[in-house]
Design a protein around this ligand. Structure first.
Ligand SMILES: NC(=O)c1ccc[n+]([C@@H]2O[C@H](COP(=O)([O-])OP(=O)(O)OC[C@H]3O[C@@H](n4cnc5c(N)ncnc54)[C@H](O)[C@@H]3O)[C@@H](O)[C@H]2O)c1
Ligand SMILES: [Zn+2]
Ligand SMILES: [Zn+2]
Length: 368
């Protein structure tokens, strides 16, 4: 079939919306009609050429939600008409990681996905017979996508898809960091560094876990206001003295849980040092620049702090994203303030501009 999609032709150049060919889903694959897709930093990171593992031409986009149009042979977990959230972090339910409760990093299709191909090593996207590569196993800056069944979360049909798409990446990442990776205990004190989509999700996650104090740190007063709306009990403008100020707020000890959602390695260090002696857990969700390293004075670890990384909030996507969507529908999570702009596919580059200008939290592309 012919579809319209935003293609990364050259790094550093705007995406080009054009007509492509999309082949039928093969065994274990699903054709999804996209309804909405958020514009996330990872798309821009790849489009800019900063991502060393990036490739072109490819169709970007990974924060998608849509409706199942057709399924390939052997697909059982979704059927035509189901509403789905796309998962750049799939869940095969069979590999050694999926069978463990200790990680969500499914091994089933990692290699092919990283190279922009579907699990059988080929692409469904092409242009005049030339293969065009997929991106993060999703390629959702497009009217339709063919994706592996294991990369789709089947969600409640009551969920508006132009909001549900946020659960495909940023929001789930933040929520999961608090609920799953850190498993924040009720009554605890949390500090969240960064009040973008991920940090605000972490604030909401800490609240859902029953945290007593949630301190949010960001450079933007406007974003700190949003953090209050998600449950932050205190806010702080970040700076070189953030650690000292967190210690002052916590009787000299630091927080039970800290979360880093900025991607800045200096802030990661602050997050480690703001965690409490004895049992403080620092969860790092931010993605640092190529080659950057995180400095930790070992004394902070010896004296009982722990550091955990969190990819997609540690969530097993097919099982747990539908549960988060249900909690949103039950009124436990307020998604509305996160969507600041609604765009058409043709305006996808405007989505990048808005993101670079920090204008709003998320721009969402609608395909209808
Ligand atoms: N682990 C994952 O699976 C995953 C998924 C999605 C995004 N991410 C990463 O998470 C990070 C956050 O993503 P986002 O979409 O929320 O980004 P964002 O840019 O919207 O938010 C980052 C926030 O950090 C704030 N900030 C910058 N410097 C600061 C400082 N010194 N002190 C305090 N706050 C500071 C900014 O003001 C901004 O509000 C990025 O690095 C992104 O790549 C990780
Ligand atoms: Zn993302
Ligand atoms: Zn797996």
């Amino acid at each position: 079939m012919k579809i319209r999609a935003a293609v990364l032709e050259r790094f550093g150049a705007p995406l080009e919306v054009q007509e492509l060919d999309l082949a039928e889903p093969k065994a274990g694959e699903v054709l999804v009609r996209l309804v909405a897709c958020g514009v996330c930093h990872t798309d821009l990171y790849t489009a800019s050429g900063a991502d060393p593992s990036g490739y072109a031409p490819a169709v970007l986009g990974h924060e998608g939600a849509g409706v199942v149009e057709r399924v390939g042979e052997g697909v059982t977990s979704v059927a035509e008409g189901d509403h789905v959230v796309t998962l750049f972090s799939p869940q095969c339910r069979e590999c050694v990681h999926c069978l463990s409760t200790r990680t969500n990093l499914c091994l089933a299709i990692r290699e092919q996905q990283g190279q922009g191909r579907l699990p059988d090593g080929t692409t469904r996207l092409s242009r005049d017979g030339e293969p065009i590569r997929h991106f993060m196993g999703t390629s959702t800056f497009a009217e339709y996508a063919v994706m592996p069944e294991i990369a789709l979360a089947n969600v409640n049909k009551d969920a508006p898809l132009d909001r549900a798409c946020l659960f495909a990446c940023g929001l789930s990442t933040g929520l999961g960091a608090a609920i799953k990776t850190a498993a924040v205990e009720a009554g605890s004190t949390c500090v969240v560094f960064g009040a973008g989509m991920v940090g605000l999700g972490a604030v909401a996650g800490c609240r859902l876990q029953g945290a007593e104090r949630i301190v949010c740190v960001d450079l933007s007063e406007e974003r700190l206001e949003l953090a209050k709306g998600q449950g932050a009990t205190e806010t702080m403008v970040g700076g070189p003295d953030t650690v000292e100020r967190v210690l002052e707020l916590t009787g000299g000890f630091g927080a039970d849980y800290t979360f880093e959602a900025t991607g800045n390695v200096a802030v990661m260090r602050q997050a480690v040092e703001s965690a409490r002696m004895g049992w403080g857990l620092c969860t790092v969700a931010g993605v640092a620049g190529k080659g950057e390293t995180l400095d930790i004075v070992p004394r902070f670890l010896i004296t009982g702090r722990r550091v955990a990384g969190s990819s997609f909030g540690g969530l097993k996507g097919r099982d747990e994203v539908p549960q988060l969507v249900d909690r949103w529908l039950a009124g436990e999570i307020d998604v509305e303030p996160f969507v600041s702009h609604t765009l058409t596919l043709d305006e996808v580059n405007r989505g990048f501009e808005l993101m670079e200008a920090q204008d709003g939290i998320r721009s969402v592309i609608r395909f209808d």
